[in-house]
Design a protein around this ligand. Structure first.
Ligand code: NAD
Ligand code: HSO
Ligand code: ZN
Length: 430
């Protein structure tokens, strides 16, 4: 892990350090284009072929039904079942609290405007399953979809080598009342949900994190379906001052590093001592991780920045726009107003990022690669559309009419003007 001194960094270097561009992005784009075209042209046949090529499995069929899921779910260990139940309750509680009915507003006498939410009817959820199968993502996506009232929820996740799914995902399906899991991974799953195949229903919006193939596919199908956001390789930025605990900081950095070799774990600190001790702790903790090779590579692609003060640290973080921001400092309260760009924030020395990954209640599907500059993470809002309504009474028509007539005339749109004039003139027909 390289260490930089913020005062020595040129603007160009900061930009470079904040970019998540990887050299073979072009290659991924070409591969994904081919995959999308195959699914578009050959439907299910392409999906069977990709399962064989990428997941090394000869599938008999492309999904598991409710009976099969129930029988696989029966194998879940009791402690895992309890943990999933607890996480589900917290996620449900937090997302239910996001349900808000907005007030009607009288913008001028007799002119009333308001917004109502309607669920997106058909949604597609992608649950990663390459380097690790993520039942937590199933909870994070399906829970708000159900609360929002989405009618059709299509779930895709890569198949295991036995052509099935694991007991944790199956248990989530049973718990959530989802009666099918499509055994499809990668860009091909995204293409299947975007265009539909003989077996996979086409959806209106695709949600979920994934590797570079999945994320590239999501960005490429956007002229056909909506997507939640680019939620690619996980990343974390930790701001630590001298009140931080280096072993906690190291643990948080490694937690995101173990997701994949292309994950990033960035440390920004006001203290040289904290940086040195954290790096030592990373070595110690890394050695006992089962996924140490993956995490070590991600740590190699990451870096630390030494800053003069916490305000400078926040400046760097806002430029980087991390998926996860950890404020490992007792002064976290005063930093909150300075946060401009971040997917989700973890406050103080006792709040591990893993709490948000699994069970605190916030959603872990978050924008990566600097997209937290413009996107929010998944929430209940992502599963609904907001429809605006307006109603004009006689008083309202009289009040607003002349304004609309004048503006329509200014734009040279006579029919627009007439739609008002005809009503103003025909008082008896109102
Ligand atoms: N941003 C977020 O909110 C968030 C949340 C959870 C996980 N993640 C990230 O999701 C990612 C999950 O990635 P994963 O790989 O474990 O699972 P994945 O399910 O995203 O990808 C696995 C699939 O990738 C496809 N694939 C693999 N190699 C390929 C190749 N060479 N060419 C074409 N397709 C190929 C295969 O179809 C395979 O089924 C990780 O990077 C993790 O950090 C992000
Ligand atoms: N950290 C991931 C989001 O970037 C979510 C996750 C799932 N399981 C563990 N972690
Ligand atoms: Zn994680």
């Amino acid at each position: 892990m390289e260490i930089y001194n913020y005062t020595d960094l040129s603007k160009q270097k900061v930009k470079e350090l904040c970019s998540r561009q990887i050299e073979d992005d072009k290659l991924v784009e070409e591969r994904v284009t081919d995959i999308i075209n195959s699914v578009k042209n050959d439907g299910d046949k392409a999906l069977f072929n990709f399962a064989k090529a990428f997941d090394k499995v000869d599938l008999e069929k492309l999904f598991l039904d409710a009976e099969e899921l129930k029988s696989i779910a029966a194998n879940i260990p009791a402690d895992a079942k309890k943990a999933i139940d607890t996480a589900y309750q917290n996620i449900k509680t937090f997302h239910q609290s996001q349900f808000k009915v907005e007030d009607k507003v009288e913008t001028m006498p007799g002119v009333v405007c308001w917004r109502e939410s309607r669920a997106i009817e058909k949604v597609g959820l992608y649950i990663p399953g390459g380097t690790a199968v993520l039942p937590s993502t199933f909870l994070m996506l399906a829970t708000p979809a159900i609360i929002a009232g989405c009618k059709e929820i299509v779930v895709c996740s890569p198949p295991q080598s036995d052509g099935k799914t694991n007991c944790y995902l199956a248990y989530c399906a049973v718990l959530l009342g989802i009666d099918k899991i499509y055994l499809i991974g990668g860009a091909q799953a995204v293409a299947a949900m975007a265009f539909g195949t003989e077996t996979v229903p086409q959806v209106n919006k695709i949600f979920g994190p994934g590797n570079r193939y999945v994320t590239m596919a999501k960005t490429m199908v956007q002229n056909k379906v909506a997507i939640d956001m680019p939620a690619g390789p996980s990343e974390v930025l930790v701001i630590a001052d001298e009140t931080a605990n280096p072993s906690f900081v190291a643990a948080d950095l490694l937690a995101q590093a173990e997701h994949g070799t292309d994950s990033q774990a960035i440390l920004v600190s006001t203290s040289n001592k904290i940086i040195t001790e954290t790096l030592k702790q990373i070595e110690v903790q890394l050695s006992i991780l089962p996924r140490k090779d993956i995490a070590a590579k991600a740590i190699d692609n990451s870096y630390a920045v030494l800053v003069d003060n916490l305000t400078e640290a926040m400046d760097y973080s806002n430029e980087y726009a991390p998926e996860h921001l950890i404020l490992a400092t007792e002064s976290f309260e005063r930093l909150i107003p300075l946060i401009i760009n971040a997917g989700s924030v973890f406050l103080g020395n006792l709040t591990p990022e893993s709490a948000g990954d699994y069970a605190s209640g916030t959603n872990h599907t978050l924008p990566t690669s600097g997209f937290s500059k413009a996107y929010s993470g998944v929430s209940l809002d992502a599963f609904v559309k907001k429809i605006t309504f307006q109603h004009l009474s006689t008083k309202g028509l009289n009040n607003i009419g002349p304004t609309v007539e004048t503006l329509a005339a200014a734009e040279g749109l006579q029919a627009h003007k007439n739609a008002v004039t005809i009503r103003l003139k025909n008082k008896e027909q109102r």
